[in-house]
Design a protein. Structure first.
Length: 438
């Protein structure tokens, strides 16, 4: 169990491995030296660390994790998946079965629904219990978009700010208002212990000739039908959220405002060409990336005009790697939409879906239909080389890096301290051996 260490116990030298060239050759590693930081303790601000130092810390942590732990970090699940006998989670603590599930599947995060929330005290206690029982600190996620999709503010007992739909906010065209929405969400949710919001909806709403929404699934969740306006509003909201320390999620890439089917109930497709997407749907995603959004959620829609088939976007390396990573330069966490939707479950098993997404370049799997099958399926895929261990480590590193940079996983946690100290000691021992030979 991870506990926060007292200041006088913190003696971790992280990422500052002053090594000679022969050590690099012997170890086969490439540790990074940062001359600006010589000691990390409880007073160290992660924002003061260089990217190189943070990358070294992340490498140390992930390299000290077992494969099971690495795979576990790639899942975000809801509370009911941990104990299917519980229909409504409004208690202050976890059931025995939920605690056992957390140990068996060391997931990276939990997503909350309205049925999990009773009042502020209950939720705060429940989330504290979740973090205490988890092997590694968790992403605590929620869909708090405004309008009809407001898991927290829809409960009056929570006494948080309720917002109208973002379409209503977008009509005013006031970017400052979008910023205020983001900043208020950040303040409200962080106070409760929530650190990730699956918002803002970044899709550009397509309208019919009679001004009806083409996609009822998106509808008024979008800021509007003008790509430039949506871009400005998304950028404002993301800035407000990130300044308050709340992780923002751009969704649903590559943009499903023009899809005529609902992925919750059937397979769906986006018929736009790559040029049409670049000139419209990509613009808000670019704006949100520029403002520092930490997550992008992939759509389950097919994009047959680009991929040539009905493969969901979340399973297409062309969409994830070539377009999102290379063209749009997104380096954060790529997460799927909920994998228990019919658009996925109607075509793939939980194992197939999870493995396909990871092979395409996705980092986190949200709510597989069958967690056990998906989790063990990934382990099996690594064992038979259907999925590479490097791909697992790459995804796990993005998860851990985000947690460290956001202060979710403290530098002073035993997991980080032990991993970094073990790495330092191993290099130090090699250095001593070499010195004795001279």
């Amino acid at each position: 169990m991870i506990k926060i260490m007292k200041r006088d116990q913190v003696r971790c030298v992280v990422g500052l491995l002053i090594l000679c060239a022969f050590l690099l050759v012997l170890s086969g590693c490439d540790p990074i030296y940062d001359s600006a930081i010589s000691y990390i303790d409880a007073t160290t601000d992660v924002e003061e660390l260089s990217d190189e130092t943070i990358d070294t810390i992340v490498d140390n942590v992930v390299n000290c994790m077992t494969l099971n732990e690495q795979v576990g970090q790639l899942f975000i699940i809801d509370l009911k998946m941990m104990d299917t006998s519980v229909k409504s989670i409004k208690g202050k603590s976890l059931t025995k079965k939920q605690k056992k599930s957390l140990r068996l599947y060391p997931v990276g995060g939990i997503v909350l629904y309205s049925s999990d929330i009773k009042n502020r005290e209950q939720l705060t206690r429940l989330l504290a219990n979740l973090q205490e029982e988890s092997e590694l600190e968790l992403f605590i996620c929620v869909d708090e978009e405004g309008g009809e999709v407001s898991r927290v503010s829809s409960n009056k007992n929570m006494k948080t700010t309720a917002f109208p739909s973002m379409y209503t906010v977008g009509k005013a065209g006031d970017v400052k208002r979008a910023y205020e929405v983001g900043a208020t969400l950040g303040k409200d949710l962080k106070k409760l212990g929530i650190n990730v919001d699956f918002a803002p909806v970044t899709d550009v709403a397509a309208l019919t000739d009679d001004m009806q929404f083409v996609s009822e699934e998106i509808g008024e969740r979008s800021y509007g039908s003008d790509a430039q306006l949506v871009s400005q509003m998304v950028a404002g909201q993301v800035q407000g959220m990130t300044e308050e320390g709340l992780c923002a999620t751009l969704k649903h890439f590559p943009g499903q405002g023009s899809a005529s089917s609902d992925t919750h109930t059937s397979a769906a497709n986006i018929s736009k060409t790559i040029t049409e997407l670049r000139e419209c749907d990509f613009l808000p995603f670019r704006a949100g990336i520029k403002k520092g959004a930490q997550f992008i959620m992939m759509s389950h829609e097919g994009v047959n005009a680009i991929t040539g088939d009905s493969t969901p976007a979340c399973m297409s390396s062309l969409i994830v790697q070539d377009i999102l990573r290379e063209e749009l330069k997104f380096s954060g966490i790529v997460i799927t939409d909920a994998m228990n939707m019919v658009s996925i479950t109607g075509q793939y098993t939980s194992k197939e879906a999870a493995v396909n997404c990871l092979n395409a370049g996705v980092d986190m799997i949200l709510m597989p239909e069958d967690l056990e099958e998906a989790y063990n399926g990934i382990l099996d895929a690594v064992a038979d080389n259907t999925l590479s261990r490097d791909r697992i480590k790459e995804a796990a590193k993005r998860v851990i890096k985000c947690k460290i940079k956001q202060g979710i996983l403290p530098l002073t946690s035993e997991f980080v301290v032990d991993a970094s100290q073990n790495s330092y000691d191993s290099y130090h021992e090699i250095g001593e051996q070499e010195n004795q030979k001279k």
